[in-house]
Design a protein around this ligand. Structure first.
Ligand code: NAD
Length: 507
């Protein structure tokens, strides 16, 4: 690199024996550590002993997820007005996307393999399905109520859904979800105090695990969005205070936090697919104390995913988004619950953080730390029931370009709300991460002797979560697919290969 054009102090200086700075040149030695791949014919199989226990299993996401897995498992082929449809896992980052693991030895052609081949992972067809719902409608009828899947598929998958029976009774505190959900709540745990609710859900997890002879039970909140819990010193700020508050049935302990505590105490991972602050500080401390695993919050695969992708594109193209304004409406029960003020607020908070990390990467555009695209406000959605599971979203990106010019990108997004595979992706990934262990090897005597599990909060799940839970004092990064890819490759000893492709650029 010849830096004569602008002689100024280097903003960063690499301290390495491979990098040399002089007045005229920066000279760097680079080891291109791509891997040569000979063709992968190995196959990994692992025993299918993973249970997915969903809280809110009778809702649109729960029933659609179960029906899709059952359609794949039983190879159900159905007719639509466009012809014959086969079951598949399109849309699943783990089942239908690939990763570059290196280049062929002779011609240097890139080798891409399915993400699911990098490490042994559970196959979604093998997940044992179950869960809780405050609505006691049996699973086949709940699928019908959701109005997500086509008639012919519903007709054929219904007998398999019927075998899942009625969801387990659940914990219902009317103060936490919208009042409009009350009519659904006909399947609730009879006990009235919170300690008994905790014991009840722990016993459910234990029994399911035992009945199905499972190694792992992933507990997943896909129930309605709750209001935020107030963080109150002495109530939910520490693990001990939270446990004491459960004992005394304190009103600020939500159903989702109770389920999280149940999973943590059972040593099973808990993932929160909705936006509320299930993981109050006391719950996080409890997970750390028990070396249990937690992940959240709020599934991300549609409008919000696009927002983080587009923000990355704009900021990296040195275009400055000045404001991002969003609006959406949907017709299903989730929309109904979110039409209430306090529940909508939880969603608004989780959606508003998805571009902050991109702003932080570019202080040339955003000069002061507090400046960023204004608000990213989310317009409060209407609830037109005629749309059923269909979701409409409008986002306007208003950006500054060269010499004060303005660019406006408007995106109108129309999609079914529930057929998105985040829940099983997160389950499979969660299960995989529970099996990863590490040992630090350093040149000094402070080597870690034993292998240890990963940190309790699985930040790697964040590739499909809106408001990622990360280790305290670490940053949220919304460009997480690369992180996941790099992590999976590191687990098999491959360095994260960049797009450098040096061999294509030199003699
Ligand atoms: P839904 O209303 O169809 O289903 C939620 C289910 O949870 C209902 O069957 C309800 O009876 C049940 N429920 C409510 N409180 C419960 C409790 N305490 N215990 C057990 N069950 C309870 O909603 P959905 O469309 O399936 O969405 C589920 C959740 O996922 C919502 O919180 C939603 O905000 C979140 N989410 C969905 C999407 C998406 O579908 N695109 C994206 C991000 C987040």
């Amino acid at each position: 690199v010849h830096p004569t054009a602008a002689r100024r102090p280097h903003a960063i200086t690499v301290r390495s024996e491979n990098t040399l700075y002089t007045d005229d040149h920066i000279t760097a030695k680079f080891f291109n550590r791509g891997a040569e791949v000979d063709g992968a014919n190995g196959q990994f199989n692992i025993t299918p002993t993973v249970q997915l226990m969903m809280i809110g299993v009778g809702g649109n996401n729960g029933t659609t997820l179960c029906a899709t897995i059952l359609a794949n498992r039983h190879n159900i082929i159905w007719h639509t007005k466009a012809g014959v449809q086969q079951p598949n896992y399109i849309g699943s980052l783990l089942r239908a996307s690939t990763v570059r693991i290196g280049t062929e030895p002779v011609f240097g052609k890139e080798v891409h393999v399915p993400v699911s081949d990098v490490l042994p992972m559970v196959y979604p067809n093998d997940l044992v399905l179950g869960g809780w719902d405050i609505s006691g409608v049996p699973m086949d009828k709940a699928m019908e109520r959701a109005q997500v899947l086509g008639y012919d598929l519903q007709r054929q998958v219904a007998p398999h859904m019927a075998l899942l029976g009625k969801p387990l009774p659940s914990i219902y505190y009317p103060d936490f979800i919208a009042a409009n959900q009350e009519a659904r709540a006909d399947n609730v745990i009879p006990e009235t105090d919170k300690a008994a609710h905790l014991e009840h859900s722990r016993a459910n997890i234990k029994k399911f695990k035992k009945d199905n002879e499972l190694d792992r039970t992933v507990v997943f909140w896909i129930a309605n969005t709750e209001r935020y819990s107030d963080i109150i010193p002495g109530v939910n700020d520490t693990a001990d205070n939270l446990l004491a508050s459960i004992k005394s049935s304190h009103s600020e302990v939500s159903p989702s936090t109770l389920f999280a505590v149940a999973a943590i105490l059972e040593g099973e991972p808990f993932v929160n697919g909705a936006p509320q602050n299930t993981f109050v500080p006391g719950a996080i401390e409890l997970a750390e104390r028990h070396h249990s695993f937690i992940g959240g919050d709020d599934l991300k695969s549609g409008q919000t995913k696009l927002k983080s992708v587009l923000a990355e594109f704009l900021v990296n193209a040195s275009i400055e988004p000045l404001s991002i304004a969003s609006y959406n409406h949907l017709g299903n029960n989730d929309g109904h619950n979110l039409s209430a003020e306090r529940q909508f607020r939880s969603k608004e908070v989780s959606k508003s953080t998805v571009v902050h990390d991109m702003v932080d990467t570019n202080r040339l555009l955003y000069k002061a730390p507090e400046i960023g695209p204004k608000g990213a406000p989310v317009g409060k959605g209407e609830h037109p029931t005629t749309l059923s599971d269909s979701k409409r979203a409008i986002d306007e990106y208003y950006s500054e370009i060269f010499c004060g010019g303005r660019s406006i990108i408007n995106i109108f997004n129309e999609t079914p709300s529930s057929p998105h595979p985040s829940s099983w992706i997160l389950t499979i990934l969660t299960e995989l991460l529970t099996r990863v262990q590490y040992r630090k090897v350093t040149p000094n005597a402070a080597d870690q002797k034993e292998f240890a599990p990963l940190y309790s909060a699985f930040s790697l799940l964040s590739c499909i979560l809106k408001a990622p839970l990360v280790k305290p004092c670490t940053e949220v990064v919304n460009r997480q697919r690369n992180a996941l890819e790099g992590f999976l490759k590191a687990c098999i000893g491959l360095e994260g290969s960049s797009d450098l492709l040096l061999e294509t650029r030199i003699w």
